[in-house]
Ligand binder design. Sequence first.
Ligand SMILES: Cc1cc2nc3c(=O)[nH]c(=O)nc-3n(C[C@H](O)[C@H](O)[C@H](O)COP(=O)(O)OP(=O)(O)OC[C@H]3O[C@@H](n4cnc5c(N)ncnc54)[C@H](O)[C@@H]3O)c2cc1C
Length: 501
Amino acid sequence: MSDDHRQSTPRSRVAIIGGGIAGLSAAMALSRIASRDPQSPRFEVILLESRKATGGRAGSFTDPVSGATADYCQHVAMGCCTNFIDLIDEAGLTDCFTRYDELSFYHPATGISPFRANRFLPAPLHLNSALSGLRYLTWRQKLSVRRGLWSLMRTSEADLADVTAARWLADHGQDAETRQRFWDVILVSALGDVPQRVSMAAARKVMIDGFASVQGASDVWVPNEPLSQIFGERLISVLRKRGVDVRLQTSVRNIQTLEQSSSSPRARVTVGDGECLDVDHVILATSWRAASRLIDAITVRDEPETVGSWQRSLADTLGSVLQSPITGLHLWFDRSLTTHRHVVMVGTTAHWLFHHGLDPQNPAAGHYHQIVISGRHRLSDEPKEILIDQVIDELRQAFPNANDAVLLNSRVVTDPAAVYSVTPAFDTQRPVTQTPLPWLHLAGDYVQTGWPGTMEGATISGRLAAESVLGQFNDDGTPAAFSCVLPGLQRRWLARLCIRD
Ligand SMILES: Cc1cc2nc3c(=O)[nH]c(=O)nc-3n(C[C@H](O)[C@H](O)[C@H](O)COP(=O)(O)OP(=O)(O)OC[C@H]3O[C@@H](n4cnc5c(N)ncnc54)[C@H](O)[C@@H]3O)c2cc1C
């Protein structure tokens, strides 16, 4: 396509519904293509977000008592999240994250054990010393974990689609205590639900891609600014500079097909105040619940039967999704409880402790600590005060500094639908990006990406939707020339020999 031709070609109008990480990732991909490649198609991208700020589940709130800004729940990424890390790099936001190559595991019986992969040994041998360092595991348990990891490396993901993690682990010699002390600790945090419900294929993704396959895959990326700053302000300013029309507090009420003609817009998006936007493409990047409602209400002019059966089957699939809660306990003390920035807590109600210290913007709020508990737990139905008391008891036992610490303020935030459960049934039925409506593309962490419900999954889904728009755009016979999704980290020779694909 020549520059002259490009100038004269009408711009394709794309509405992205939802400004969570999936929608933001799609907007970044389309605006990057439009701004960097003179041969590329031209887009007018409109991002529609119903809330006051973008970021979706990766957002923050202002505590009414102290005025402090805190994330609804602490989010972390891992070194294996190549697309998410690339997204923040592209947006110039790498300074918003700190990368850690060591984890600290706490157990009441043994205190803190460092978990650090060996930087000189090739994967998967690099994990050996890290495992040896977990003092709360007996040598038998460590041997059992190594055997389990080896079996997992020798089993392809496709062979694990039908089985839950709990079943597979029990069948592969992992006794209840080894599961509780090792596998469950990692899987519940990463997948947001208990191994009795999640598929072993999803668990393999975490254990193999996230730990065993490549040096650096298990590094932890922790935001050092509120998520609202990262995804609600800084990323939006990048998008606006690239010409994306970001509209906040703009809730989409319905989507309709228009009369088909090659030169006209193909869909109409109606927003809350009744304004209608006629567009060539819609990327639906909401949660699975909002997507189900909007898709169900689409009225179709052509091929109503094909589309109707797809609508019904998608409604069944999304209607059967099991969801899992995640709880964040936000605790402000008069002092820091520990020098560790984060600690994985084993054998306690708390799963992770994140320690942020004093906020320089608001030092009077106190030293901020956040406890994360993924999934339902034994105090889920108890009053919040009981949960706070229990967790503070655990912190006092774990960290001597906590004994004299005074709790200045606390808040418990539970998102009951934080993540969907990657059950074997749902994992095999997850919807794909393309739909029978050529102008409609799905994004969101629930879409088939090979990843569970994470920021990486959401980023990939947005990039896949951008690729799908581009593929359509080139339907005139030109092959789709743009690839937006990055591959995972490249395995080296020993990992390639050991790990079956
Ligand atoms: C408590 C908690 C902890 C988590 N921890 C981690 C973690 O540590 N690491 C990790 O990788 N992931 C974590 N996740 C998962 C991660 O947050 C999600 O996978 C990811 O943010 C999903 O992004 P999304 O864009 O797919 O969906 P969402 O974030 O749900 O975004 C959808 C957006 O669509 C908007 N919307 C909905 N309906 C409409 C409409 N009609 N019109 C316009 N806009 C609409 C919503 O307001 C929302 O902004 C956590 C999630 C939660 C809730």
